[in-house]
Write a protein that binds this ligand. Structure first.
Ligand code: ADP
Ligand code: NA
Length: 328
């Protein structure tokens, strides 16, 4: 039996956080044997908001290295830059013509981002979901691991695929959301009602996956909790403590009950340091590997080139089929 295809991506909009790592990247490394996976660095999506070109290029390259450092094997997964495979833009244009203004207007990410970047509400920001649909449909992906924030876009991708298939006959695989067995949504350390994000301006709110041990422990010591002393999982009333427990559980593989038992009778001080140490320990090998990769320019250049060729080959097969169907 043929392995199922998984497609996912991240924007190269800065060094990724512990949230990206525990919510996405760590899970991805567990999929590489069971599935055929494509992990894209979506630099074309990134320019829907203003980017400094040199910074964008650096971020994209670093994200590639972080993928590999986290354990994604570039021989087993297709890891590549979106902009290096022109079929993404070509299919996105075609899909734009099969996507309605009304559908795009209902996307909550567009509403959020156009509020946040009100000086630059460009057409790309609006048609972002058509490009995302192209990303996924080009590779006939079966499964797409997405966070809650991307569910609405994936729904639209499915609608576009079904619409096209109805008009022109079977062309695209209709993808489904992949829900990881262990998935964690990690919240801000300073405001545990908001998700941890790389675009947070408060440095204490998020753990960068290249923060050193001292920085990590300091940030956890400063994490917002509550006025009680008991380590107990209660997301509604104790969101700060619950978030730290989630992080600890995701790293040690323990259930919330086991984490509760481990810290029974201990204060928040001990608990926070323990969580910090566990995170630092988890990230250490990744950080060492990242450092090594940073000094091996030729290797990374080779991976970037080779994987873009493989992705292009696969993408072009679908694109040609689509072009023929629409009459090119
Ligand atoms: P960010 O909001 O940090 O810029 P992205 O939108 O680039 O993150 O998301 C990349 C991946 O990381 C997605 O799969 C997303 O669901 C996941 N992700 C982002 N933030 C978190 C978080 N705080 N907890 C868990 N997963 C997250
Ligand atoms: Na996001």
């Amino acid at each position: 039996e043929q392995k199922k295809v998984i497609f996912s991506g991240m924007q190269p909009s800065g060094i990724i956080t512990l949230g990206n790592y525990l919510g996405a990247l760590k899970n991805w490394t567990n999929l590489q044997d069971e599935y055929n996976c494509l992990y894209c660095i979506v630099d074309m999506h990134a320019i829907t908001v203003r980017q400094d070109p040199a910074v964008l290029r650096k971020n994209a390259r670093e994200l590639m290295m972080l993928y590999i450092a986290a354990g994604l094997d570039p021989e087993k997964n297709i890891i590549y830059m979106q902009s290096h495979v022109s079929a993404h833009a070509e299919l996105a244009w075609i899909l734009n013509c099969f996507t309605y203004m009304g559908e795009l207007s209902r996307m909550t990410q567009f509403k959020d981002k156009s509020q946040k970047h009100s000086d630059n509400i460009n057409a790309g920001l609006f048609t972002y979901p058509a490009l995302m649909a192209a990303d996924i449909l080009l590779y006939q992906a079966d499964l797409v691991p997405v966070g809650i924030d991307q569910r609405q876009h994936l729904e639209l991708t499915r609608d576009i695929a079904i619409r096209f298939n109805n008009l022109y006959g079977d062309t695209f695989k209709v993808p489904e959301a992949y829900i990881p067995k262990v998935g964690a949504k990690i919240m801000s350390l300073q405001d545990p009602t908001k998700k941890m994000s790389k675009s947070d301006t408060d440095v204490n709110a998020s753990i960068s996956i290249i923060d050193d041990t001292d920085t990590i422990i300091r940030k956890f010591k400063r994490a917002v909790t509550d006025s009680e002393t008991e380590v107990r999982f209660d997301e509604e009333n104790k969101p700060g403590v619950s978030n730290l427990m989630t992080i600890y559980g995701a790293i040690t593989g323990q259930t919330m009950e086991q984490v509760t038992n481990e810290f029974a009778g201990k204060g928040y001080g001990d608990f926070k340091v323990k969580v910090g140490e566990a995170v630092a320990e988890e990230l250490k090998p990744l950080q060492n590997r990242f450092k090594e990769l940073s000094s091996d320019k030729a290797y990374i250049d080779g991976v970037i080139k080779k994987n873009a060729e493989t992705a292009s080959y696969l993408a072009t097969k679908t694109l040609r089929k689509v072009q023929k169907k629409v009459g090119f």
